[in-house]
Design a protein around this ligand. Structure first.
Ligand SMILES: Nc1nc(=O)c2c([nH]1)NC[C@@H]1CN(c3ccc(C(=O)N[C@@H](CCC(=O)O)C(=O)O)cc3)C=[N+]21
Length: 297
C-alpha cells in the first residue's frame, strides 16, 4: 500500500501571499495606491462568515485595504445594486466580492453582472467568463485558479494529461475545466447524470472534486499515482455527539493510499482560494492603474 504526498495548501497559500505582499510593497514604494477590496455579505450564511473572517485577516497582512459591507438578510435587489454601483465608482476599491449564496429575493446573476468587470475579483461576470473561454486577459475565479496553481506545481506541464472535473458549477467546475483546457489537458466534465462515474474517474491523471457531497469519491475511483484536488468543504456530524467536522468530496483515508498526491480538507484548496483572491485584487489594481503585474509563483 502506497501513501500519497499530502499537499500543504496552507504552505503554498503562504507563498502566494508573500509574493503578493512583496509586489504590493514595491508598487507602494513607487507611489502606487493601496489596493482595496470590498466584500459584501448579505445575511448570515455560516460558510461565508468563516470565509470573510479569514479573508480580512489575510488582506491586512499583505497590505490590502478591506471594506466590509454587512447587509441584513431582507436587503432588496435594488439596494444591493445601489451599493455595487457605488463600489464600481469608488477609486479606493479595486476588487468587489459579493458573497454567494444571496437571499432568494435577490437575483444573483443580475448582481454579478452589475459588478464592473475590471473589479470582478471573483471572475464571475460574463465578460470575464467569456475572456477565459476565448483566451483573452481575464480575472479568473479564485478556487479553480488555486487548483491550477497546485496542479502545475505538482506536475509541471499539464499538456496531454487526462483531467476530470467532477461538478459543473459556474464558480468551480466550468472555469476549472477551461483552465485545464488552456493548459492543453484532455478534460472531462462529469456531473450527476454521468454514466459510470467511477470508471470515468479511474482514467484521469488529475481529479478535481467539486460536487459538494461528503466523501463521495472513493479510493478505488482513483488511478494509482493520480493527482487529487478536493474542493469540497462539507460539515458533517463528528463521532462526538453534538460536534461537527469538515470533510471534502473525497474519501481521504482511502484515496491517500492510491493517489500520487492529494489535497486535505481543511488545509488544502480553502486557503488557496483566499490567497488567490488577494492575487486577483492586486491584478485588478495593477490593471486599473496601468501598473505592471507579475504572476505569483
Ligand atoms: N462570491 C463568493 N466567492 C467565494 O469564493 C465564496 C463565496 N462567495 N461564498 C462562500 C464560499 C466559501 N468559500 C471558502 C473559501 C475558503 C475557505 C477556507 O479557507 N477554508 C479553510 C478552513 C475552513 C474551516 O476551518 O471552516 C480550509 O479549507 O482549510 C472556506 C470557504 C469561498 N466562497
Amino acid at each position: 500500500m502506497s501513501q500519497a504526498k499530502i499537499i500543504d495548501g496552507n504552505a503554498v497559500a503562504a507563498d502566494v501571499r508573500a509574493a503578493v505582499a512583496s509586489q504590493i510593497t514595491i508598487l507602494r514604494a513607487g507611489g502606487a495606491p493601496l489596493p482595496g477590496l470590498a466584500v459584501v455579505l448579505v445575511g448570515a450564511d455560516p460558510a461565508s462568515q468563516v470565509y470573510v473572517r479569514n479573508k480580512n485577516k489575510r488582506a491586512a497582512e499583505v497590505g490590502i485595504n478591506s471594506f466590509e459591507h454587512y447587509l441584513p438578510a431582507e436587503t432588496s435587489e435594488a439596494e444591493l445594486l445601489g451599493l455595487v454601483e457605488r463600489l464600481n465608482l469608488d477609486p479606493q476599491v479595486h476588487g468587489i466580492l459579493v458573497q454567494l449564496p444571496l437571499p432568494a429575493q435577490i437575483d444573483a446573476q443580475k448582481i454579478l453582472e452589475a459588478i464592473h468587470p475590471a473589479k470582478d475579483v471573483d471572475g464571475f461576470h460574463p465578460f470575464n467568463v467569456g475572456r477565459l473561454v476565448t483566451g483573452g486577459p481575464a480575472l479568473v475565479p479564485c478556487t479553480p485558479l488555486g487548483c491550477l496553481l497546485l496542479a502545475k506545481r505538482e506536475l509541471g506541464s499539464l499538456s496531454g494529461k487526462r483531467a476530470i472535473v467532477l461538478g459543473r458549477s459556474n464558480i468551480v467546475g466550468k472555469p476549472m475545466a477551461q483552465l485545464l483546457l488552456r493548459e492543453s489537458a484532455t478534460v472531462t466534465i462529469a456531473h450527476s447524470r454521468t454514466h459510470d462515474l467511477p470508471e470515468e474517474c479511474r482514467r484521469a491523471d488529475i481529479v478535481v472534486a467539486a460536487v459538494g457531497r461528503p466523501e463521495m469519491v472513493k479510493g478505488d475511483w482513483i488511478k494509482p499515482g493520480a493527482l487529487v484536488l478536493d474542493v469540497g468543504i462539507n460539515r458533517i456530524p463528528a463521532a462526538e455527539p453534538g460536534k461537527t467536522r469538515l470533510v471534502g468530496d473525497v474519501a481521504f483515508a482511502e484515496a491517500v493510499t492510491v493517489a500520487g498526491a492529494i489535497t486535505p480538507v481543511p488545509g488544502g484548496i480553502g486557503p488557496m482560494t483566499i490567497a488567490i483572491l488577494l492575487r486577483n485584487v492586486l491584478e485588478a489594481c495593477c490593471r486599473l492603474h496601468d501598473l505592471p503585474f507579475a504572476e505569483v509563483l
